[in-house]
Ligand binder design. Structure first.
Ligand code: 5AD
Length: 504
């Protein structure tokens, strides 16, 4: 770890004598870029800081400490975080505010001390294996004990050091119902386009017991749905545990979490298609809490491109997995990730992707424009495609995804569906929203007493990737809640930008 000490100053003298510079405990703003793993890491960091008395705020300008939890998966994600940081530092200088700025996570890991160079205004850089140290580092900077800190070392056992969650009434209303639990870190798959093995390191799994304890603690506090998280969850425990009667460690974990009383739903993300053995497909047949929803990254529908990407399956195998899942659970909601414009992708190969999407009929997909990443094998492959070709393929594939998605959503009108109510709607604060088991958001006129309840609604109409439901027609009177005008809970305090640059 790199620590640059401050030149002696009045407040560092005070700090060294144990005085705090702030009269009150400082406020913190955290913005998250990228995947749900990043969101979960931000939540754990927020929980650490709240545990030390810091207050989370939604406005970066009023925060004493500003942290950006970053993503490196595409260049755009990095540029967004850097642009945001520069704007915030500029504003802070102009108004002579004393703010501490820091980068956390994947870009912090890959760029390290470059991010604290003179003039950047950034004092803190914390990598992916050191999230559990953020509060100590922030304390040191706030107290003036250091001028800058860069902590990007690897750390044995770091996958088990982040189990704090925001106390349920301190964080988001949404989190009272649904929580993320990280089960592993890193990825050994080495897809040729992907920077994750470099930013997140090798696969390291927590123990089943540790994970179950964390889940049980959340359920005791009112959580009804848990999403198990990791970069490649289907590889969970491969190194540390044996298969039992043909059931992989991941399936054993699903069984153990399934046994928690009071837990209603289990989700997981992201799996690798290679991980869908018969044991996982069969698990859907016997574990009712495992919901009918899967996000299975396809990346390409061309076998040649899949091979060049080092994905380890063919298009036919992918379609076989989908058929297997739908045979066990016909209602399965299916989403995916696809990259267009991988080096050397021909028009015919791209059309194979389109064809596969038309056959599989995904409910939705994130479509990404290929972005060369530092040190990855694909970045030096022949056949880089012109920007216009990538743009055009992105648009064409999105059209297919949107058309198929719209028809799948339309088909749900008139259906009665069971939703787990998460809280006030993000789209319309006058409404509430819940999620179907197949992972579709349903907005409805609800009240605080529905939060955390599983209720049936009739789907009345469809918006863009949203359903509008009516519980009233099913005799779930809402007059009482609407009369007292309560909207329940506070908003999410950790701002996040989830894959926001995809599909644009
Ligand atoms: N360029 C474009 N998209 C990428 N992804 C990962 N690496 C790249 C890259 N270099 C996409 C993949 C992955 C998702 C999280 O991001 O589709 O599944």
């Amino acid at each position: 770890m790199l620590v640059r000490n401050r030149v002696p100053a009045f407040h560092s003298l005070l700090a060294s004598l144990g005085f705090r510079i702030f009269q009150r405990m400082p406020t913190v703003y955290i913005k998250t870029y990228g995947c749900q793993m990043n969101e979960r890491d931000s939540e754990a960091v927020a929980a650490q800081l709240v545990g030390r008395g810091y207050t989370l705020v939604l406005d970066e300008k009023s925060a004493d400490v500003v942290l950006l939890n970053t993503c490196s998966v595409r260049d755009l994600a990095e540029q967004k975080a850097i642009g945001k940081m520069q704007a915030m530092v500029g504003h802070s200088r102009k108004h002579r505010e004393k703010q501490v700025f820091g980068y956390l996570g994947c870009m912090a890991q890959s760029r390290g001390s470059d991010l604290v160079q003179d003039g950047s205004g950034v004092q803190l850089v914390v990598g992916t294996q050191k999230f559990h140290r953020v509060a100590d580092h922030v304390d040191a900077l706030v107290a003036g004990r250091a001028e800058s800190l860069v902590d990007v070392d690897s750390e044995e056992g770091s996958q088990s050091r982040l189990s704090e969650h925001l106390a349920l009434n301190e964080g988001a209303t949404r989190r009272q119902v649904s929580a993320f639990v990280s089960i592993m870190q890193g990825c050994n798959q080495h897809c040729t386009f992907c920077i994750v093995p470099y930013t997140r390191g090798r696969e390291r799994s927590r123990t089943i017991q540790e994970i179950v304890e964390e889940c049980r603690g959340l359920v005791d506090k009112g959580v009804r749905e848990i999403t198990l998280l990791g970069q490649i969850v289907t590889s969970f425990g491969r190194r540390e545990m044996a298969s039992v009667d043909g059931r992989s460690p991941f399936v054993q974990l699903l069984e153990a979490v399934h046994g928690i009383d009071g837990l209603e739903r289990i989700r997981f993300t992201s799996p690798h298609p290679k991980g869908y053995g018969q044991d996982l497909i069969e698990a859907y047949g016997r574990l009712p809490k495992l919901v009918e929803s899967a996000h299975i990254p396809l990346q390409s529908g061309s076998d040649r491109v899949l091979k060049a990407m080092h994905r380890g399956y063919t298009a036919e195998r992918f379609e076989g997995i989908v058929a297997g899942l739908r045979a066990v659970r016909p209602e399965m909601g299916l989403t995916t990730d696809i990259i267009v414009g991988f080096p050397g992708e021909t028009e015919a190969e791209f059309e194979e992707t389109i064809g596969l999407c038309q056959r599989v009929q995904f409910d939705n997909a994130f479509v990404f424009k290929y972005s060369p990443r530092k040190d990855t094998p694909a970045a030096s492959m022949e056949g880089a495609l012109p920007e216009e070709v990538i743009e055009e393929r992105h648009r064409r594939l999105l059209d297919v995804i949107n058309t198929v998605g719209a028809s799948k959503y339309d088909a749900l009108v008139g259906r009665r569906m069971s939703i787990l109510v998460e809280g006030v709607s993000r789209r319309n604060p006058a409404r509430y929203e819940g999620r179907t088991r197949c992972n579709k958001i349903v907005v409805f006129s609800g009240g605080p007493r529905h939060v955390g309840q599983t209720i049936d609604v009739r789907i009345e109409r469809v918006g863009t990737f949203t359903l509008y439901g009516d519980p009233a027609v099913l005799g779930l009177g809402l007059e009482e809640d609407l009369a007292n005008g309560e909207r329940g809970g506070r908003g999410v305090q950790v701002e996040s930008v989830v894959l926001e640059e995809a599909n644009r």
